[in-house]
Design a protein around this ligand. Sequence first.
Ligand code: G6P
Length: 372
Amino acid sequence: AAAEKGGFESFMDKEIHDQPQAVADTLRGRTDADGRIVLDDLRIDEAVLRSVDKIIVIACGTAAYAGHVAKYAIEHWCRIPVEVELAHEFRYRDPIVDAQTLVVAISQSGETMDTLMAVRHAREQGAKVLAVVNTNGSTIPRESDAVLYTHAGPEIAVASTKAFLAQITAAYVLGLYLAQLRGNKFPDEIATTLDELRDMARKVQTVIERGEYVRATARSMKDADKVLFLGRHVGYPVAMEGALKLKELAYIHAEGFAAGELKHGPIALIDDGQPVFVVVPSPRGRDQLHSKVVSNIQEIRARGARTLVIAEDGDDDVRPYADEIFWIPKAPTLLQPLLAVVPLQIFAMALATAKGLDVDQPRNLAKSVTVE
Ligand code: G6P
């Protein structure tokens, strides 16, 4: 097993380090020199994809957070309504799907029973199902109309890391492809985004290289008993995933919130010294996202929170309100989840390690949940 871990302490540590490769491999062969997406391996009729009027993403666990990121990206680029739903909720609520609905099932293993049952249900209702799956020849792609494989390689640690980055990458590829196919009004934006996407693997590597500061912070927080995570827009699913990693690996009560929801409840949880991670969007976006999140940091800081901020290089606005800053390279906000989640993964792993826990096999969890 030591050899399989490639010199790393755990599979999780190795898989976190595999992430730049997972992103690059999931993109490889799917773009051409003219800045277009090529999806020859997608066995679904282009006419079907052109006529789709609604997308529903179904998944469980970490894969569902990749689905949330997909929603922001696909709706923005393609102007198709996208819903995201946990597969087990979708399956048992009589959802409205028909032949114009594209159901996207995201799963690392391709064997999650809840997701499989939702796939079957969607197809029975006449929907087309596109599987975004990491494991070749697994059940979900076999039972779907089409498959877009993620190329993260085998993921051994129970809690998902590199499969998540690969799923998000695949979601961007799918979104850009649909935009291209359906004649997005801004072809330049698609080409620019694709260029940015091609550069993301290198930036993920940079975040990993900056990991020691995150690990040191985690070691100093090994007695924390609750940690909160805030994000807006695509930072929201990143916050949720950060909280999930901490629950799974370190058995710490952790919750992710939409930053805008703070004043509607969660802010009551803030007292002196409460650690709160905040994912800050790019300050270069042409929207108010960044300033809204900076205000949220001020609000919690004023109530005593210890703020652990994930911010883009050069974002000086956050400095006055941040107790710790984990810097990530510049990237468009829509693509930022690939970078922003990495410090959160490293944090959860390092904190669990500091507590003496087995990060590859957390208690009570299974890699693939093959029962409903
Ligand atoms: C289990 C794993 C999670 C994973 C989820 C969905 O709960 O512990 O890490 O996110 O299943 O698995 P899937 O294989 O469908 O992505």
